[in-house]
Design a protein around this ligand. Structure first.
Ligand code: DOR
Ligand code: ZN
Ligand code: ZN
Length: 423
């Protein structure tokens, strides 16, 4: 099976190049100025469009098994490819929790049946994510888990977390740390600050996130093992990570579009689609997150795609579920707010959304070059559209970005050289 992508601008590691790209048996076999289509070859016209490495979103919630009303592996995969995403890593806060090899195997098998994007399960750090006993990391790794996380919460017991990091490292797995001191959050639902007071909503202080970022870095540093910090939202958290990196700690970190685009001004109006954990914070946090992305303190961009059903969100703010459905809008939002606004070049954004996550987790892909796997998206950077959650393919229509005008529409997504999204 051969496919020729003609006339597009390829986004390579260090810049852009107008060239044709030939795919054979799922691999990029040739990149050249002009390639004539071999006999029987499918041709995709990419004139005026950009060909980017397929996005690798290392932090999503696919909800299956157990919460299929919110999302399932099929709907989440469909949403992913519509967003230019070719690989996802899914968090284990399912029902049952993905804390054993059987659930890891189930997710992998179901994803294979669905056959859209590549799905890599993340195993839980502790049994049932309840923070009491370590889950079977080795068996989960053997079944295909690519990392460990108790996402949704932190492992409160520092001794257990230290053992987890040590044990994970023995199996060449990283802990992806959701950083939140639950006692300090104490039921907070938004960022603690002026707006939480004005709205009469209980605030969650930055310190609740920062304490756990600092703790997990301290543990990793003392053990000399790698650690990855999830969804960084605070200016102070960015600083903690920056200084740890300067000391040589093996720490990597991610953030999400909502943390570099929004501030907690959006909670005024009580739209529960703005409720997310950690909460969207203030302008100085937003600017520090952008600075962190620019200077490499924040290595990658993920969505924390957290789809919820209407009934989980159409309730009082205090009762609503935390989370944003983000996988279909991450490229357009990131492109619009980071590249079009002049903060970073397109190739740098693509690295943060593809090559770097691949490197952090040791996954194949992330780069357009001869010999590489043909996981690609073709995007029209000039095509403008207005985000409307009701049009999402994901079951989760919960976005705080309704009405936002963005550039960068995904036209095609190819996984292993096969068109999984597009005409
Ligand atoms: O907002 C969030 N939603 N944060 C999390 O940590 C978990 C996630 C979810 O599972 O809904
Ligand atoms: Zn989390
Ligand atoms: Zn999450």
């Amino acid at each position: 099976m051969k496919t020729l992508i003609k006339g597009g601008t390829l986004v390579l590691k260090d810049g852009e190049k107008k060239a044709d790209l030939l795919i054979e048996d799922g691999k990029i076999v040739k990149i050249a100025q002009k390639i004539t289509a071999p006999a029987g070859c499918k041709v995709i016209d990419a004139a005026g469009k950009h060909v980017i490495p397929g996005i690798i979103d290392m932090h999503v919630h696919l909800r299956e098994p157990g919460f299929e009303g919110k999302e399932d592996i099929e709907s989440g995969s469909r949403a992913a490819v519509a967003g230019g995403v070719t690989q996802v890593c899914c968090m284990p806060n399912t029902k049952p929790v993905c804390d054993n090899a059987v659930v890891v195997g189930y997710i992998k098998n179901r994803a294979k049946e669905v056959d859209l994007c590549k799905v890599h399960p993340i195993g839980a750090i502790t049994v049932c994510e309840n923070g009491e006993a370590l889950a079977e990391a080795g068996k989960m790794k053997a079944a295909g888990a690519v990392a460990l996380s108790d996402d949704g919460k932190s492992v409160a017991n520092s001794h257990l977390m230290r053992l987890a990091m040590e044990y994970a490292n023995d199996f060449n797995l990283k802990c992806l740390c959701h950083c939140e001191d639950a006692a300090l959050v104490d039921g907070g639902v938004v960022n603690e600050g002026y707006n939480s007071t004005v709205c009469g909503l209980k605030g969650s202080p930055r310190a609740a996130e920062d304490i756990m970022i600092a703790r997990d870095i301290a543990l990793a540093e003392s053990l000399n093992v790698p650690v990855h910090i999830c969804h960084v939202s605070t200016y102070s958290g960015v600083d903690i990570i920056r200084s740890a990196k300067a000391r040589g700690v093996k720490v990597t970190a991610e953030t999400c579009p909502h943390y570099f685009i929004l501030t907690d001004d959006i909670i005024i109006g009580y739209d529960t689609n703005t409720k997310v954990n950690p909460p969207v914070r203030e302008e100085k946090d937003r600017l520090a997150v952008i600075e962190g992305l620019k200077d490499g303190t924040l290595d990658c961009i993920v969505t924390d795609h957290a789809p919820h059903s209407l009934k989980d969100k159409q309730v009082e703010y205090n009762l609503a579920a935390f989370g944003i459905s983000g996988i279909e809008t991450s490229f357009a939002l990131s492109y619009t707010h980071l590249v079009k606004s002049g903060i970073m070049p397109l190739c740098a954004l693509c690295k943060k959304m593809s090559a770097v996550p691949a490197e952090i987790l040791g996954l194949d892909g992330g780069e357009i070059k001869e010999g590489a796997v043909a996981d690609l998206a073709i995007v029209d950077l000039n095509e403008k559209y207005v985000i409307d959650g009701n049009k999402f393919i994901s079951k989760g229509k919960n976005t705080p970005f309704n009405g936002f005008e963005v550039y960068g529409n995904v036209k095609y997504t190819l996984v292993d050289g096969e068109v999984k999204y597009g005409e």
